[in-house]
Design a protein. Structure first.
Length: 342
């Protein structure tokens, strides 16, 4: 078996990086953790984009004025951020209120989940082109129990996605498209799978993701799908597509603190989709991404982070133990030795 040099993989990704960003969600009213997430991102010069995927309020409310006040209080503390911030509402937010707050505050905020629409008070998704990549977003969640203000029917989510695609003034390359939503897609490994803590037994292991998002992924095959909502679904599911038919998830990887995953493949022979559930700021976690590209190859790094980073003792233990950089490195139609020629 060919020996894998983790340092070499990391250097390839860093030297050929095209986009670096971070994503988080579900702060549930905790401003200190939202601010800490932003501070962590600001400390990294290479990172140019921050994504926040909803459930900003401590409690859901169907009162628009109250929701708007809650979100403005959170967002106004991030107004001086020097990096672009993409925001969308979750199931805790009334559709459209997050977009209205982002519009009023202006830069650095951009509502990727919703734009204003007078069409029967419906809220289409939104689109943004940034550093060579297409971002498509839809806010809210698929139906839960009818009690949350941000719940939307699956056909409405499909409509919102179609509208978001239509907003692109250029030909969309889904190989370079990043889908941003609050909810994960349906039956996506363990990304949308409920655990057992605090739930009745009949819900244990149940898949609760969106079928509209599942359909979009299978039809369009975006490069990355960023989501949250299901707190216990932290990690990534890797889809590998072939030309004739859809394949089941190739890898389903749960991620612990500080773990990194790297995927490397040839552009002309493989097409992949990474569905990443970044967990919840309420539990101190977020995700950090690097997308690297050469003429023939793509490398993607996904790292699970904890707010504030590692403490001094953890760093010392890592240094003494000489831990591997990556939990997993997945090669698709490429061998480790090829990296030397990249």
């Amino acid at each position: 078996m060919e020996k894998i040099n983790h340092k070499l993989i990391q250097e390839f990704i860093k030297q050929n990086v095209k986009l670096e960003f971070a994503s988080a969600g579900d702060c549930h009213g905790d401003l200190s953790r939202l601010k800490k997430f932003t501070e962590d991102c600001l400390a990294e010069n290479e990172l140019s984009l921050i994504i926040a995927t909803g459930d900003y309020q401590r409690q859901p409310t169907k009162n628009y004025s109250e929701a708007r006040r809650n979100i403005m209080d959170l967002f106004s503390n991030l107004k001086k951020c020097s990096k672009k911030i993409l925001v969308l509402g979750g199931n805790y937010e009334i559709p459209g209120v997050t977009a209205d707050c982002a519009l009023e505050l202006g830069e650095p905020f951009f509502s990727i989940g919703s734009t204003y629409s007078s069409e029967e008070n419906r809220h289409p998704g939104n689109y943004m082109y940034f550093q060579g990549f297409h971002f498509i977003g839809v806010e809210g969640s698929n139906p839960i129990n009818g009690l949350f203000p941000g719940e939307r029917e699956e056909n409405e989510l499909e409509w919102a996605l179609e509208k978001a695609i239509g907003m692109a003034k250029r030909q969309l390359d889904f190989n370079r498209t990043i889908l941003v939503t609050h909810s994960p897609p349906y039956d996506c490994g363990s990304r949308d799978q409920l655990g057992c803590f605090g739930l009745p037994m009949q819900y244990w292991g149940k898949h609760v993701g969106s079928k509209a998002y599942q359909k979009f992924i299978f039809n369009q095959k975006p490069l990355i799908h960023v989501c949250g909502h299901v707190h216990e679904g932290v990690g990534l599911t890797l889809y590998v597509w072939n030309k004739k038919e859809h394949k089941l998830p190739f890898e389903d990887i749960r991620m612990g603190e500080y773990e990194k995953i790297a995927i490397l493949y040839k552009k002309n022979t493989k097409r992949v989709t990474l569905c990443v559930n970044h967990g919840t700021l309420e539990h101190w976690m977020y995700m950090r991404y690097r997308i690297a590209e050469t003429e023939n190859y793509i490398g993607i790094e996904v790292a699970k982070r904890r707010l504030g980073g590692k403490d001094a003792l953890s760093k010392l233990i890592d240094k003494v133990a000489m831990k591997k950089i990556y939990k997993r490195i997945i090669f698709l139609d490429v061998s480790p030795s090829e990296i030397l020629s990249w």
